[in-house]
Structure formats: structure tokens, C-alpha cells
Design a protein around this ligand. Structure first.
Ligand code: NAI
Length: 462
């Protein structure tokens, strides 16, 4: 039993970043984590392992499709699934151990076990009750399934099971054309699976810019992914080795069946607050099971804060990190701030997809006068040399003030390029500011500048 200034519950990107910032600000800090390793979903069964598999499968794709053209001869590599899993596990290990090191460096106590809050100011871990002036809940989220589907993490899997399948499936059915479905679907497609994505809506990745949605789906189709759109999955029947996905087409109500070896259920995630004891404490919750917080991330119970996937907003690691830092500053008596208008979103497929700010559809709906600057990667020398000419940069700026309101990129390194626009937006920059900034040649980032130029007198290379 010990007493702390702050106890953070959960060591995902929100929780561990929050704990480090608390310690850096001079607060005596502990972090509760029940997994065997730190890092939460993101490092253990989410962002990091999926990126290892995305990278490996992209390398295979390059070898199979582009090596010969570049004059690189020889047999294409084949998939050693066991070794790829080892590479993925090593990647996870390096990252989770890195956080353990940072905890030691910052003198943060790792309270091992699952935490609960018996009363404000107390955190129970195992049989021990620790006291804390402030408690920050960062317990994250878990996959949410559909009624009529039983997850066994073998044949019917969530993203967690999909990362550690015993072998590459012959036919993978993916329910949901959201971020998880498309990232993991494209991994298995490149590794040799037949992949069919069943999506309720008529477009992939809901909420994204419509032009990007169309280009993205077309690109994935070209890569061999199959799509059944406008299809509501009703149930899944599974044996130990096979599954049948029952779905109804919305256009004619017809009932259909899709056979698969593995079914990935990627229909969203929900806040994970089980066992914390929030209801007994009277912590106010939303109808969607999120913890309600005020502008300073404080819940309805003074001294208890919440950040990340358990509260409102996009379920993104970097949004949780920003809230973690800001909540730490609040608790330390400073002014923490998150600009929710400038949170990038990235889908790590090939090509990558990235966005920040508003979509064109939102601007139309809001009646905001705007202009569009668009530039295709086909006009970018570096992209052409790297077989990465598919896609474009699209910048939306205010028609009168030229202020950048949003950007949407599909193409090489989109997830990195987007940050140039995030910084510009943070500084309230105009498209002209970006267009007048010298960009090194030859780089992908020239496509961003060209899109900014296209908001004014025109891009040079289109
Ligand atoms: P999602 O909310 O992105 O997509 C779920 C999709 O499933 C939607 O398109 C929805 O229309 C569809 N769907 C729902 N019910 C259906 C039904 N009965 N039949 C057919 N389709 C149905 O959810 P996803 O991909 O599971 O991701 C969960 C969360 O994790 C998201 O908030 C996402 O932002 C986050 N995430 C982010 C990543 C990134 O930033 N790269 C990577 C992985 C996850």
C-alpha cells in the first residue's frame, strides 16, 4: 500500500504518456496494468503488431510486383509465417520494454494487476488499496461484435485473433470496411488469402472524404480485395475450421451466404470500463458507455479523470496521448489543452490514407465557402520512380480567407505528409503560406505544396 499524487489506470498510449508527463511535472505517480507487458492494446495487439505485418507483407508485394522491373532478379521470397510472427513479437517486445525503461527512468511505480476504484482517492489492485489525490482512468476499449456472432478468436476473430492466426487462411471474410478491416484485410490479401469484405454502407471507411473513399476502394479492388457493399451481416455459423457469414443485401433484402475459413469481425470498438466500479461511485456515463468528462477531463466525481478511448471522440492512440499529457498538466495545476480540430487520422495500407480537419461534404453541409486544391501523385517524380503514383493530395481552404480547413491524402507516406498540414493548421496558415514554403526536390512532400498551389494560381506539374 502506498500513497501517490496520481494513479493512472491503464498503460496504453493514453495512460503511459499521462504517467510519464505526471512524473516529469514532479508528481508521485503509479500506473496500474493487468497485462504482463505495458503498452495496452496499441503496443500488444493493435497498432504496433499490425504495422509489423503490414510492413512485411508490403515487402513481399514489392518483391513480387516491382523487383523485376527495377532490375532486381531472382526468386521472389515465400512466406515463412512462423518467422513473420517472431518478427512481429520481437517488434512488440522492443516497444513494451521501452516503456518499462521509461517508467523506471521517471520513477513511476507499475502496480501489476487489474485496478478498481472502491472510493474516490483509492485504487485497489489485488488485495492492496493505494491512495491517490488524483485518479486518471485510461482503460481503453475492446472490440465490439454483433448479435448473432460468437467470437472464438480462432475461426471467428477480432483484430486480436487476426494478428496471431496459426496459418494464412485460404479465404478470409472481413465484416466491416473500416480501418481495422481494410488494414488487416490488405495484409492477408498480400500474403496470399482470398479476401472478401462485407460492408453495411455503400462506401468504405465511414466519415472520410468521399473522393478518397472512392479512390481507396478502387485501389484495394485493383489489389484483389473483393467487396460486398450495402450488406448487413446477420450472423455467422462456425465449425472448428470453417464459417458461413449470413448477410442481407439492403437493396433487395435478399439473404446470402459467404463461405470462409476465417471471419474477421471489425465492426467497431467500445469503451472498456468493466470492473472499475464506476457505477457504484456515481461516475456519469453516456448512453454509448463512454465516461463523461468536462473540458479538463474530470469526471462527475472530483479527483477522478478519464482520457482516451473511454471518453468521447475518435478512438485513436495519438488522441489519447494528447489527452494524457493535457490531463497531467491539469492535475499539476497547469493548463492542459487539446485542439480537437487538428487530430490526424491515418490508415496504414498501401497506399496510405490520411486526413485532418473537415471533409468537403462537411463544408457543403455547413455552407462554408471553400476552394479545393488537388494534386495527383502521378505528377510527382519521386512517386513515379517508386511505383507510387496512385493517389492524390487534396487541400480544402476557405474561399475568402484562404485558411486551410482540411486535407485528405491517399498515396505514398500519406501518414507522414499529413503532419505538414497539421502544423500549418495549428498556426492558422493559409494555403498560400504552404505554397510559398520551399519544399525539397524530389520528395513526396512536393505533392502537398502543389495541392496548396492549386488552391491559388495553379499547380506547376499538372
Ligand atoms: P470502424 O468503426 O472504423 O468500422 C466499422 C465498419 O463496420 C463500418 O464501416 C460499419 O458500417 C461496418 N458494420 C457495422 N455493422 C455491420 C454489419 N452488421 N454488417 C456489415 N458491416 C457492418 O471500426 P473498426 O475498423 O473495427 O475500428 C475500430 C476503432 O479502432 C475505430 O475507431 C478506429 O479508428 C480505431 N483504429 C484505428 C486505427 C488507425 O488509426 N490506423 C487502426 C485500428 C483501429
Amino acid at each position: 500500500m502506498a500513497s501517490y499524487d496520481v494513479i493512472v489506470i491503464g498503460s496504453g498510449p493514453g495512460g503511459y504518456v499521462c504517467a510519464i508527463r505526471c512524473a516529469q511535472l514532479g508528481l508521485k505517480t503509479a500506473c496500474v496494468e493487468g497485462r504482463d507487458t505495458l503498452g495496452g492494446t496499441c503496443l500488444n495487439v493493435g497498432c504496433i503488431p499490425s504495422k509489423a505485418l503490414l510492413h512485411a507483407s508490403h515487402m513481399l508485394h514489392e518483391a513480387e510486383h516491382n523487383f523485376a522491373t527495377m532490375g532486381l532478379k531472382g526468386k521472389s521470397p515465400s512466406v515463412d509465417w512462423k518467422q513473420m510472427q517472431t518478427y512481429k513479437e520481437d517488434t512488440i517486445g522492443q516497444n513494451t520494454k521501452g516503456i518499462e525503461f521509461l517508467f523506471k527512468k521517471n520513477k513511476i511505480d507499475w502496480l501489476k494487476g487489474w485496478g478498481s476504484i472502491p472510493a474516490a482517492g483509492q485504487v485497489k489492485v489485488g488485495d492492496d488499496i493505494h491512495t491517490a489525490k488524483n485518479i486518471i482512468v485510461a482503460s481503453g476499449s475492446e472490440p465490439s461484435s454483433l448479435p448473432g456472432i460468437t467470437i472464438d478468436e480462432k475461426v471467428v476473430v477480432t483484430s486480436t485473433g487476426a494478428l496471431e492466426l496459426p496459418k494464412v487462411p485460404k479465404h478470409l471474410a472481413v465484416i466491416g470496411a473500416g480501418v481495422i478491416g481494410l488494414e488487416l484485410g490488405s495484409v492477408y490479401k498480400r500474403l496470399g488469402s482470398e479476401v472478401t469484405v462485407v460492408e453495411y454502407l455503400d462506401a468504405v471507411t465511414p466519415g472520410m472524404d468521399a473522393e478518397v473513399q472512392k479512390t481507396f476502394q478502387r485501389t484495394l479492388k485493383k489489389q484483389g480485395l473483393k467487396f460486398i457493399m450495402g450488406a448487413a451481416v446477420q450472423s455467422v455459423d462456425a465449425t472448428k475450421t470453417k464459417a458461413k457469414v449470413h448477410y442481407k443485401l439492403r437493396k433487395d433484402d435478399s439473404e446470402n451466404i459467404l463461405d470462409a475459413d476465417v471471419v474477421l469481425v471489425a465492426t467497431g470498438r467500445r469503451p472498456f470500463t468493466d470492473g472499475l466500479g464506476l457505477a457504484d461511485l456515481g461516475v456519469a456515463m453516456s448512453e454509448r458507455g463512454q465516461i463523461k468528462v468536462d473540458a479538463h477531463w474530470q469526471t462527475s466525481v472530483p479527483g477522478i479523470y478519464a482520457i482516451g478511448d473511454v471518453i468521447d471522440g475518435p478512438m485513436l492512440a495519438h488522441k489519447a496521448e494528447d489527452e494524457g499529457m493535457a490531463a497531467a498538466e491539469q492535475v499539476a495545476g497547469k493548463l492542459g489543452h487539446v485542439n480537437y480540430g487538428v487530430i490526424p487520422g491515418v490508415i496504414y495500407t498501401h497506399p496510405e490514407v490520411a486526413n485532418v480537419g473537415v471533409t468537403e461534404e462537411e463544408l457543403k453541409e455547413q455552407g462554408v465557402p471553400y476552394k479545393v486544391g488537388k494534386f495527383s501523385f502521378m505528377g510527382n517524380g519521386r512517386a513515379k520512380a517508386n511505383f507510387a503514383g496512385d493517389g492524390f493530395v487534396k487541400i480544402l481552404a476557405h474561399k475568402e480567407t484562404d485558411r486551410i480547413l482540411g486535407a485528405h491524402i491517399i498515396g505514398p507516406a500519406a501518414g507522414d505528409l499529413i503532419h505538414e498540414i497539421c502544423v500549418a493548421m495549428e498556426f492558422g496558415a493559409s494555403a498560400e503560406d504552404l505554397a510559398l514554403t520551399c519544399h525539397a526536390h524530389p520528395t513526396y512532400s512536393e505533392a502537398v505544396r502543389e495541392a496548396a498551389l492549386a488552391c491559388g494560381d495553379g499547380a506547376i506539374h499538372s
